[in-house]
Design a protein around this ligand. Sequence first.
Ligand code: BES
Ligand code: MN
Ligand code: ZN
Length: 495
Amino acid sequence: MEFSIKQGSPDLLKSGCVVVGVFDGGKLSKAAQILDKAAKDTLSDLIARGDMTGKAATTLLLHKVPGVAAERVLLIGLGKPSASNNKSTLDILNATFKTLNGTPAKDAALFLNDEGVGKDATWTAKQAVLIAAEQSFRADGLKSDPAKPATLKHVVFASLEKPSATLKTTLEQTAAIANGMELAKTLGNLPGNICTPTYLSAHALALDKVHKKIKTTVLEEKDMQKLGMGSFLSVTRGSEQPAKLITLEYKGGDKKQKPIVLVGKGITFDTGGISLKPGAEMDEMKYDMCGAASVLGTMQAIAEMGLELNVVGVIPTCENMPSGIATKPGDIVTSMSGQTIEILNTDAEGRLILCDALTYSAKFEPDTVIDIATLTGACVIALGHVAHGLFANEDKLAKELLAAGEQAHDRAWQLPLWDDYQPLLDSNFADMQNIGGRAGGTITAACFLARFTKEYRWAHLDIAGTAWLSGKQKGATGRPVPLLTQYLINRAAAK
Ligand code: BES
Ligand code: MN
Ligand code: ZN
């Protein structure tokens, strides 16, 4: 999908569909007034007859309106200006693209920037790009007869007045974010028999081929052995698929600048191992690599936008499987940090691969490390499917990530990382155990990781509830690519 900007009059712009707003009560937006005049009161007549009320997110599609160059006119209800907020703006944009996608129009010109939609024109344009991309996403690539791709290929952000100087950059960046989300969704939706650790590493190597500034390296199990990654290797023991430790180094900033490291959990299937999961919905554990997918999507996005920042992606990836040689409850392993871990539940495997990847990350002398993981079912109970769980060992970092989430409408919610929870991980036989009991499960998982991140500034995003949706709308969401990318954009701007 292509996005561009144009200044012009709505009656004169040639396009498959011109979109203008109507306020609740029937007042026409400025662009709609111009159309109405050109069309000899067609719009005001329809409103007077009650065909369009202007209620938020209602639509009326018109064909061959006399005096209008576009093939179609879409009237979109903007609601009451006083009731306009982020949620209503998203509803309006979703309805707009749903209606456009129901027509054969190949391109559309949206007059939504002048007034009425959203409090901030830039935010609205960004969300429009993401929603247009979301609605054109198809997850049926493995069906023998996939649905047709969306016909809408080009969206023009049109305005009566001169568009702001920054809008072009915003659109380019947001298109890159949408592409990154698409990659994260595609990888997330792939089944475990296709999306293996080897598949993910092949994709990371492909990004190296396409983008000059990305350098990918892949460590094999023998390399991890040498590094002493006993914790990571204990998880892959039961699997026939070789584990990989992928690193992608993006060098967009100057040489001396310390990188921001993103660490993504890449369990390509989580059966629970010997502590086997129950059967219901176990298929959804193919999504246990969505942290890894979000790192790949974010790396691709920043490379596409040529962000001036140094960023490293680190992806520990393997399967968690039961077998005759699989790790057993009670087994004790030594992590790369030297700390020993009693594995009381082999289903708490995410923290076991992440702790070694986090220790490994210190070698990049990071400015900041952020890990992203579908870590705990408890996070789904706590926050549902709306907010990511956020932890940080520095409050300024937490605030920056929360703000980036608000900006990108990919929101997180902070939970406490207090030492009061640490004793729950005490073990009689090792330096720690890998579970802390049912109470506060998301927090004790983060507390476990905190024991490996004392050397640097660090945050942890638990995306168990947000990385994918279940039921009828089953599918990966591409989150938190928007939050991560926005945070990196903000960091690059602050340099
Ligand atoms: N990948 C799961 C977490 C998960 C479960 C995410 C359901 C989304 C939906 C993780 O590896 C896991 O199994 N965690 C256990 C930890 C427990 C054994 C302490 C959990 O949450 O049940
Ligand atoms: Mn698990
Ligand atoms: Zn898992």
